[in-house]
Design a protein around this ligand. Structure first.
Ligand code: 4AZ
Length: 274
């Protein structure tokens, strides 16, 4: 497979500029009460911008090789987390993973529905800091375009969707219990955008990371219970029908006092449109 690792954000800007300039109306997320942790099943047809990132070579075929999530922001552009493409996650250098692809429009990973589309090129944010987790973003360019209705608009800087208290949903095929019970079908958990102070208090700087307002977004429930977990990384956090975050990190899953931390999308939009 062809793959080039671009070194410049301007390349990334070119990839998603169209998505920023002409955001499409996105479907309202399906109701769910609880992903992921404390989540419930949703139909991928109601949230077609939620895609699985997969490699059967690296992760085996039982769940179609799913290992992370992604969000479709233009027909050929998927956002995911930089850490999903790390040696630590892949168990091999990215350059050697020849079957990296996304799965769109498939609820059950064991079934054959939807589309598998090869990843043509990968841009990994070279500023991603694996100690703080700042800048946890990668941009995948697909080999073939997805239908336009798969695209979700990114919430720009100042969008009310980022305000603390906003109801949001996080989507993924990840661990549903924190014990390694990976979902076969797409799930969503209803969470809320939490004040930066909640994550600053939880994550002043420890082994898991450091919460940095401006580039990260804090979401979950103060009492715990609903959250993203391992395997959901890179997947979408959606509020008011717009993409506000990508699952990035946290201490454990669904624990009171340890909210989920997301890559803040407004920061990307700001850099692309400056
Ligand atoms: C992970 O390991 C991970 N509870 C993702 C999200 C969260 C924790 C861990 C948030 O990919």
């Amino acid at each position: 497979m062809r793959r080039s690792l671009s070194r410049r954000l301007s390349t990334a800007a070119a990839l998603v500029a169209a998505a920023v300039a002409a955001p499409l109306a996105a479907p309202v997320p399906a109701a769910a009460d609880g992903v992921v942790i404390g989540g419930s099943p949703v139909q991928v047809s109601d949230s077609p911008w939620a895609v699985a990132l997969a490699s059967r070579d690296r992760f085996g075929g039982t769940r179609a090789g799913q290992f992370c999530g992604g969000a479709v922001v233009s027909p050929t552009t998927v956002l995911t987390a930089a850490h999903c493409l790390s040696m630590e996650v892949l168990g091999a250098p990215l350059e050697t993973v020849d079957d990296l692809h996304i799965i769109a429009g498939r609820n059950d990973l064991r079934a054959a529905g939807g589309r598998e589309v090869a990843v043509r090129s990968v841009w990994v944010n070279e500023e991603y800091d694996s100690f703080t987790n700042a800048g946890d973003l990668a941009i995948l360019t697909l080999d073939k375009p997805l239908p336009k209705d798969h695209v979700i608009a990114m919430a720009p800087v100042g969008d009310p969707a980022y305000e603390a208290g906003t109801r949001a949903h996080v989507y993924g095929w990840g661990d549903t219990t924190g014990q390694g019970d990976y979902a076969r079908s797409l799930r969503a958990a209803r969470v809320q955008v939490l004040p930066d102070t909640a994550c600053e208090a939880a994550y002043p700087g420890n082994a898991d990371g450091t919460y940095l307002r401006g580039v990260m977004l804090c979401a979950g429930e103060l009492e715990g219970g609903r959250d993203a977990c391992q395997g959901d990384s890179g997947g979408p956090l959606v509020a008011r029908g717009r993409l506000i975050g990508l699952v990035s990190w946290g201490s454990g899953c669904g624990q009171a006092g340890s909210p989920g931390v997301y890559t803040r999308i407004s920061e990307l939009v700001a850099r692309l449109t400056q």
